[in-house]
Design a binder for this molecule. Structure first.
Ligand SMILES: C[S@@+](CC[C@H](N)C(=O)[O-])C[C@H]1O[C@@H](n2cnc3c(N)ncnc32)[C@H](O)[C@@H]1O
Length: 235
Protein backbone atom coordinates (compact mmCIF):
# COMPACT_ATOMS: atom_id res chain seq x y z
CA UNK A 1 0.00 0.00 0.00
CA UNK A 2 1.35 3.48 -0.79
CA UNK A 3 1.81 5.96 2.05
CA UNK A 4 -0.78 8.77 2.16
CA UNK A 5 0.84 12.03 1.11
CA UNK A 6 0.44 15.27 3.07
CA UNK A 7 -0.96 17.99 0.81
CA UNK A 8 2.01 20.37 1.23
CA UNK A 9 4.64 17.64 0.68
CA UNK A 10 6.61 18.22 -2.54
CA UNK A 11 7.27 15.10 -4.55
CA UNK A 12 10.00 14.97 -7.16
CA UNK A 13 8.27 13.81 -10.38
CA UNK A 14 11.29 11.73 -11.49
CA UNK A 15 11.42 9.94 -8.14
CA UNK A 16 7.65 9.41 -8.19
CA UNK A 17 7.82 7.94 -11.70
CA UNK A 18 10.69 5.63 -10.62
CA UNK A 19 8.76 4.38 -7.58
CA UNK A 20 5.74 3.71 -9.78
CA UNK A 21 7.91 1.78 -12.25
CA UNK A 22 9.44 -0.27 -9.43
CA UNK A 23 5.95 -1.29 -8.31
CA UNK A 24 4.68 -1.78 -11.88
CA UNK A 25 7.20 -4.52 -12.72
CA UNK A 26 6.37 -6.52 -9.60
CA UNK A 27 2.99 -7.44 -11.10
CA UNK A 28 2.66 -10.93 -12.54
CA UNK A 29 0.52 -9.72 -15.42
CA UNK A 30 3.08 -7.06 -16.42
CA UNK A 31 5.97 -9.54 -16.38
CA UNK A 32 4.15 -12.26 -18.31
CA UNK A 33 3.10 -9.86 -21.09
CA UNK A 34 6.25 -7.70 -21.07
CA UNK A 35 8.00 -9.19 -24.12
CA UNK A 36 4.84 -9.26 -26.23
CA UNK A 37 3.82 -5.69 -25.41
CA UNK A 38 7.27 -4.05 -25.28
CA UNK A 39 8.30 -5.38 -28.68
CA UNK A 40 4.85 -5.43 -30.25
CA UNK A 41 5.41 -3.29 -33.37
CA UNK A 42 7.96 -3.78 -36.21
CA UNK A 43 9.62 -0.45 -35.33
CA UNK A 44 10.06 -1.49 -31.70
CA UNK A 45 11.47 -4.85 -32.74
CA UNK A 46 13.85 -3.08 -35.12
CA UNK A 47 14.99 -0.71 -32.40
CA UNK A 48 15.51 -3.69 -30.07
CA UNK A 49 17.68 -5.41 -32.68
CA UNK A 50 19.68 -2.22 -33.13
CA UNK A 51 20.22 -1.93 -29.38
CA UNK A 52 21.35 -5.57 -29.11
CA UNK A 53 23.77 -5.11 -32.01
CA UNK A 54 25.20 -2.01 -30.33
CA UNK A 55 25.70 -3.87 -27.04
CA UNK A 56 27.50 -6.60 -28.99
CA UNK A 57 29.85 -3.95 -30.43
CA UNK A 58 30.73 -2.77 -26.92
CA UNK A 59 31.50 -6.35 -25.81
CA UNK A 60 33.65 -6.93 -28.88
CA UNK A 61 35.51 -3.68 -28.24
CA UNK A 62 36.37 -4.82 -24.69
CA UNK A 63 37.79 -8.04 -26.18
CA UNK A 64 39.85 -6.04 -28.69
CA UNK A 65 41.38 -4.19 -25.73
CA UNK A 66 42.54 -7.60 -24.51
CA UNK A 67 40.20 -7.63 -21.54
CA UNK A 68 37.40 -9.93 -22.70
CA UNK A 69 34.26 -10.35 -20.66
CA UNK A 70 33.78 -13.89 -19.32
CA UNK A 71 31.45 -13.26 -16.40
CA UNK A 72 28.74 -10.64 -16.12
CA UNK A 73 25.96 -9.32 -13.95
CA UNK A 74 22.95 -8.10 -15.89
CA UNK A 75 21.10 -5.61 -13.65
CA UNK A 76 18.24 -5.19 -14.10
CA UNK A 77 17.87 -8.24 -16.30
CA UNK A 78 14.09 -7.98 -16.65
CA UNK A 79 12.95 -10.89 -18.81
CA UNK A 80 16.47 -11.55 -20.08
CA UNK A 81 16.37 -9.29 -23.12
CA UNK A 82 20.16 -9.10 -23.58
CA UNK A 83 21.00 -12.67 -22.49
CA UNK A 84 21.20 -14.07 -26.06
CA UNK A 85 23.87 -11.51 -26.99
CA UNK A 86 25.92 -12.48 -23.93
CA UNK A 87 25.47 -16.24 -24.39
CA UNK A 88 26.52 -15.92 -28.05
CA UNK A 89 29.87 -14.58 -26.76
CA UNK A 90 30.26 -17.34 -24.14
CA UNK A 91 29.71 -14.96 -21.24
CA UNK A 92 28.47 -16.57 -18.01
CA UNK A 93 25.60 -14.39 -16.82
CA UNK A 94 23.99 -13.78 -13.46
CA UNK A 95 20.65 -12.00 -13.75
CA UNK A 96 19.50 -9.58 -11.07
CA UNK A 97 16.35 -7.54 -10.72
CA UNK A 98 14.05 -6.15 -8.08
CA UNK A 99 11.15 -8.00 -9.64
CA UNK A 100 10.98 -11.74 -8.95
CA UNK A 101 8.16 -11.86 -11.52
CA UNK A 102 10.34 -10.49 -14.36
CA UNK A 103 13.15 -12.91 -13.42
CA UNK A 104 10.67 -15.79 -13.34
CA UNK A 105 9.92 -15.11 -17.03
CA UNK A 106 13.66 -14.92 -17.79
CA UNK A 107 14.31 -18.19 -15.95
CA UNK A 108 11.59 -19.98 -17.92
CA UNK A 109 13.05 -18.72 -21.19
CA UNK A 110 16.71 -19.50 -20.46
CA UNK A 111 16.83 -22.22 -17.78
CA UNK A 112 18.70 -24.65 -20.03
CA UNK A 113 21.23 -22.14 -21.40
CA UNK A 114 24.71 -23.23 -20.23
CA UNK A 115 25.75 -19.60 -19.72
CA UNK A 116 22.92 -18.90 -17.28
CA UNK A 117 24.42 -18.79 -13.78
CA UNK A 118 21.36 -17.95 -11.71
CA UNK A 119 19.27 -15.04 -10.51
CA UNK A 120 19.39 -12.74 -7.52
CA UNK A 121 16.63 -10.46 -6.37
CA UNK A 122 18.11 -7.11 -5.38
CA UNK A 123 17.89 -3.36 -5.55
CA UNK A 124 20.45 -1.72 -7.84
CA UNK A 125 21.15 0.86 -5.15
CA UNK A 126 22.64 -1.83 -2.91
CA UNK A 127 24.03 -4.85 -4.78
CA UNK A 128 24.63 -7.97 -2.65
CA UNK A 129 27.90 -9.01 -4.30
CA UNK A 130 31.48 -8.53 -3.23
CA UNK A 131 33.75 -5.92 -4.81
CA UNK A 132 35.28 -6.96 -8.19
CA UNK A 133 33.00 -10.00 -8.45
CA UNK A 134 32.26 -9.85 -12.22
CA UNK A 135 34.27 -8.94 -15.32
CA UNK A 136 31.41 -6.67 -16.34
CA UNK A 137 28.08 -5.27 -15.23
CA UNK A 138 25.44 -4.52 -17.85
CA UNK A 139 22.61 -2.13 -17.12
CA UNK A 140 20.27 -1.49 -20.00
CA UNK A 141 17.10 0.62 -20.10
CA UNK A 142 17.34 1.52 -16.48
CA UNK A 143 19.61 4.35 -15.31
CA UNK A 144 17.94 7.04 -17.40
CA UNK A 145 14.75 6.59 -15.40
CA UNK A 146 16.45 7.60 -12.15
CA UNK A 147 16.99 10.91 -10.42
CA UNK A 148 20.63 12.07 -10.78
CA UNK A 149 21.57 11.26 -7.15
CA UNK A 150 19.98 7.80 -7.31
CA UNK A 151 21.48 7.16 -10.75
CA UNK A 152 24.98 7.95 -9.47
CA UNK A 153 24.50 5.73 -6.42
CA UNK A 154 23.38 2.80 -8.58
CA UNK A 155 26.24 3.37 -11.07
CA UNK A 156 28.76 3.42 -8.20
CA UNK A 157 27.41 0.11 -6.95
CA UNK A 158 27.74 -1.38 -10.44
CA UNK A 159 31.33 -0.11 -10.66
CA UNK A 160 32.10 -1.62 -7.26
CA UNK A 161 31.03 -5.17 -8.12
CA UNK A 162 32.72 -5.05 -11.52
CA UNK A 163 36.37 -5.93 -11.90
CA UNK A 164 36.73 -3.98 -15.14
CA UNK A 165 33.75 -3.04 -17.31
CA UNK A 166 30.37 -1.36 -16.88
CA UNK A 167 28.17 -1.22 -19.97
CA UNK A 168 25.11 0.99 -19.80
CA UNK A 169 22.80 2.87 -22.12
CA UNK A 170 21.80 6.49 -21.69
CA UNK A 171 19.74 9.17 -23.38
CA UNK A 172 21.76 12.07 -24.76
CA UNK A 173 21.18 15.52 -26.21
CA UNK A 174 22.89 15.33 -29.57
CA UNK A 175 20.00 14.26 -31.76
CA UNK A 176 16.95 15.50 -33.63
CA UNK A 177 14.82 13.62 -31.12
CA UNK A 178 16.10 15.75 -28.26
CA UNK A 179 15.38 18.99 -30.16
CA UNK A 180 11.88 17.83 -30.99
CA UNK A 181 11.18 16.83 -27.39
CA UNK A 182 12.53 20.15 -26.12
CA UNK A 183 10.26 22.01 -28.51
CA UNK A 184 7.26 19.97 -27.41
CA UNK A 185 8.11 20.64 -23.78
CA UNK A 186 8.48 24.41 -24.32
CA UNK A 187 5.15 24.53 -26.13
CA UNK A 188 3.57 22.66 -23.23
CA UNK A 189 2.76 19.69 -25.49
CA UNK A 190 4.63 17.12 -23.41
CA UNK A 191 5.18 16.65 -19.71
CA UNK A 192 6.94 13.29 -20.11
CA UNK A 193 9.92 12.71 -17.88
CA UNK A 194 12.98 13.10 -20.06
CA UNK A 195 16.52 13.48 -18.72
CA UNK A 196 18.99 13.30 -21.62
CA UNK A 197 22.60 13.86 -20.64
CA UNK A 198 25.28 16.09 -22.08
CA UNK A 199 28.74 14.57 -22.61
CA UNK A 200 29.97 16.48 -19.54
CA UNK A 201 27.16 15.10 -17.33
CA UNK A 202 27.88 11.59 -18.53
CA UNK A 203 31.59 11.99 -17.79
CA UNK A 204 30.80 13.40 -14.36
CA UNK A 205 28.48 10.46 -13.54
CA UNK A 206 31.26 8.08 -14.55
CA UNK A 207 33.92 9.99 -12.66
CA UNK A 208 31.87 9.96 -9.46
CA UNK A 209 31.35 6.21 -9.84
CA UNK A 210 35.09 5.57 -10.33
CA UNK A 211 34.71 4.87 -14.06
CA UNK A 212 35.94 6.35 -17.31
CA UNK A 213 33.97 6.18 -20.57
CA UNK A 214 36.19 4.28 -23.02
CA UNK A 215 33.92 4.29 -26.03
CA UNK A 216 30.47 5.61 -26.88
CA UNK A 217 28.38 3.62 -29.38
CA UNK A 218 25.34 5.42 -30.85
CA UNK A 219 22.46 3.02 -31.44
CA UNK A 220 21.30 4.97 -34.52
CA UNK A 221 23.34 8.12 -35.21
CA UNK A 222 21.51 11.46 -35.61
CA UNK A 223 18.02 10.02 -35.06
CA UNK A 224 18.14 7.97 -31.87
CA UNK A 225 18.85 9.60 -28.52
CA UNK A 226 20.45 6.45 -27.09
CA UNK A 227 24.09 5.69 -26.58
CA UNK A 228 25.61 2.48 -25.31
CA UNK A 229 28.70 3.31 -23.27
CA UNK A 230 31.60 1.04 -22.52
CA UNK A 231 32.98 2.24 -19.18
CA UNK A 232 36.17 1.05 -17.53
CA UNK A 233 36.88 1.00 -13.85
CA UNK A 234 39.64 3.37 -12.79
CA UNK A 235 42.06 1.37 -10.71
C1 LIG B 1 12.44 -1.57 -18.59
S1 LIG B 1 12.96 -2.98 -17.65
C2 LIG B 1 14.59 -3.17 -18.26
C3 LIG B 1 15.02 -4.60 -18.13
C4 LIG B 1 16.08 -5.06 -19.13
N1 LIG B 1 17.39 -4.52 -18.85
C5 LIG B 1 15.66 -4.74 -20.56
O1 LIG B 1 16.38 -4.02 -21.25
O2 LIG B 1 14.59 -5.24 -20.97
C6 LIG B 1 13.19 -2.30 -16.09
C7 LIG B 1 13.48 -3.34 -15.01
O3 LIG B 1 14.06 -2.65 -13.93
C8 LIG B 1 13.69 -3.30 -12.73
N2 LIG B 1 13.95 -2.38 -11.62
C9 LIG B 1 13.33 -1.20 -11.37
N3 LIG B 1 13.90 -0.60 -10.32
C10 LIG B 1 14.90 -1.40 -9.90
C11 LIG B 1 15.88 -1.32 -8.87
N4 LIG B 1 15.94 -0.28 -8.06
N5 LIG B 1 16.77 -2.32 -8.73
C12 LIG B 1 16.74 -3.41 -9.56
N6 LIG B 1 15.84 -3.54 -10.56
C13 LIG B 1 14.95 -2.55 -10.72
C14 LIG B 1 12.24 -3.65 -12.97
O4 LIG B 1 11.81 -4.66 -12.09
C15 LIG B 1 12.28 -4.08 -14.43
O5 LIG B 1 12.48 -5.46 -14.56
Amino acid sequence: MTEPRLSNQKVDPVQEDYLQKKAHYQADTVAVHYDATRWSSPSRRWSNQRKLRTIAKAIDHAARLHEPIRTALDLPCGTGRIFPVLFARNIRVTGADLSAEMMHVARNKFHDAPGQKGFVRCDAESIPFSTDRFDAVFSIRFLFHLQPAVRRRALSEMARVSRRWVIIDCRHRYTMKYRLRELQRRLGLSSKIYQPLSREELKEDFRQAGLEPVMIFPTFPIFSDKWVILGRKIR
